[in-house]
Design a binder for this molecule. Structure first.
Ligand code: GUN
Ligand code: ZN
Length: 473
């Protein structure tokens, strides 16, 4: 039995680098995406060339969903979003990163101490993900185990993909106090979450929708003892496919900003050293590191060449969050230099510092901020690179490129049905926008219009592994 979805298909095929995404862009105006009953893609191409679904007895065993003029695109991958900040989008009164954390965010996250409030946040967070088509996400977790349990349970009930972990903080000021634990509790809570939730749904990390990460908030929220203990824990569990997620080089205000405080507190040469086992003064090795193919650093706006090279060498990825970077005045990750370093750059909303849940809004801001970079750094990101960054690059950053991120045959079918008529401003630019005579340019213009004009109401249907995902009642 197969299920066929008919529509206008865009995806970035194969395993390109971001700079090759335009040549890998597949545009199939009369497309068919055919999925078997395990949710695996068995065909993606023109509808009139799809394989016959007739069984040996000649009976056709195919369910067809004709989505008409709708677009079928890969599900969005959000590689950095904060669950306990579900209600903190647009939090006012903070200023830049450290003040915003202290005045707005730590108090907001402390509210999840109440299990009823935490359960509501888990429901609302997961419903928001469905609404914006974020089929896979690296989710920065809560300090409270009951809140994490609510997040995993709700996500499992809904059918989305999730990587998340207890937000670890062992030092901090007064407003962070409700979020702090002892050194030993930080390790115990994380290890316990790994045991209870990592690949819990299928029992096998190769097929699981639910997975766990080790999540130190950032170096200023932990001590050298915490980092040493987390390195030991990671060495123990990395073989089970456990992830690491944290923040890096976000705010560079001189003297009092995040980066200078990290360097001053730890006495390290660069920020990345604190996550690389070199967290003792002078960047001396103090324990095992946290970098690797399943490690994602949020922001990485102000990296040195050495830091980028080390991330590339270890397979560590970057969650690029331009909406948030503007909201907190953090600057702009240099696109050309970062991409040229070979590090995988994927997209992150960073809700709540990011005030947009929809990954295409992040891609739209990426286009704007990188075109506005000074001099030769200015770049007009190709629409295929935008789509790549919001889908396949995210799957790569999550080390699950073999499973989803595009419509290659053999992958699990994570996709969105975009119906432009549900958002008239999108519909009208698609219908009446200027298009070149040559097909390739017209294709690129259409994809650009789709990504720039997309808003939540047009995300009509969301599928993970071939199954429709809806918000449970
Ligand atoms: N650095 C440490 N915590 C946070 C957070 O919650 N949001 C952002 N944007 N940066 C952080
Ligand atoms: Zn963040």
């Amino acid at each position: 039995m197969t299920t066929t979805h008919l529509g206008r298909i865009f995806h970035v095929a194969g395993r390109p680098t971001v700079t090759d995404a335009d040549t890998a862009l597949a545009w199939i105006p009369d497309g068919a995406l055919v999925v078997d009953d395990t949710g695996t893609i068995i065909y993606c191409g023109p509808r009139d060339r799809r394989p016959s679904a007739a069984g040996p007895d000649g009976v056709v065993e195919e369910t067809v969903h004709d989505h008409g003029d709708a677009f079928l695109i890969p599900g969005f991958v959000d590689t950095h979003i904060h669950f306990p900040q579900t209600y903190s989008v647009d939090a006012y009164g903070g200023g830049q990163l450290l003040e915003w954390l202290e005045h707005c965010i730590f108090p907001a996250e402390a509210r999840l101490a109440d299990p009823v409030f935490a359960a509501r946040a888990a429901r609302d967070f997961t419903a928001r993900r469905v609404a914006v088509g974020t089929t896979a996400a690296m989710v920065f977790g809560s300090a409270f185990p009951h809140a994490q349990d609510a997040l995993f349970s709700e996500t499992e009930r809904t059918g989305l993909r999730l990587v998340s972990g207890h937000g670890i903080q062992t030092v901090g000021g007064e407003s962070a106090a409700p979020l702090l634990t002892s050194e030993s509790a930080a390790i115990e809570l994380t290890a316990d979450e790994i045991d209870r939730w990592h690949a819990k749904d299928s029992g096998d990390v190769a097929t699981a929708l639910l997975q766990v990460a080790i999540v130190p908030r950032f170096s200023l929220s932990v001590t050298t003892e915490t980092l040493a203990a987390l390195g030991e824990l990671y060495a123990d569990v990395a073989g089970r496919g456990v992830y690491v997620h944290t923040h890096l080089n976000e705010n560079n205000r001189p003297g009092t900003g995040e980066i200078d405080l990290v360097k001053g507190t730890f006495g390290v040469k660069n920020y990345l050293d604190t996550y690389d086992g070199r967290f003792l003064p002078g960047s001396v090795v103090g324990g095992a590191g946290l970098l690797g193919r399943r490690t994602i650093m949020a922001h990485a706006v102000h990296c040195t060449d050495e830091e980028l090279a080390r991330m590339a060498e270890t397979g560590t990825s970057i969650a690029h969050c331009p909406v948030s970077q503007q909201f907190l005045g953090s600057g702009t990750m240099p696109w050309r230099r970062t991409v040229a370093s070979g590090v995988t750059v994927a997209a992150g909303t960073d809700v709540g510092a990011g005030d947009e849940w929809l990954i295409s809004r992040v891609l739209a801001d990426a286009f704007k901020v990188h075109l506005s970079e000074p001099g030769d750094d200015s770049v007009a990101i190709h629409p295929a690179q935008m789509l790549f960054t919001g889908s396949l690059a995210g799957a790569r950053a999550l080390d699950m490129e073999d499973r989803f991120g595009n419509f290659d045959v053999g992958k699990e079918a994570d996709f969105l049905v975009i119906r432009p008529e549900l958002w008239p401003p999108l519909d009208s630019i698609l219908q009446h926008g200027i298009r070149a005579d040559d097909e390739t340019t017209a294709r690129d213009q259409t994809l650009f219009a789709l990504l720039m004009g997309l808003r939540e109401p047009a995300v009509a249907e969301v599928y993970v592994r071939g199954s429709r995902v809806t918000t449970p009642s």
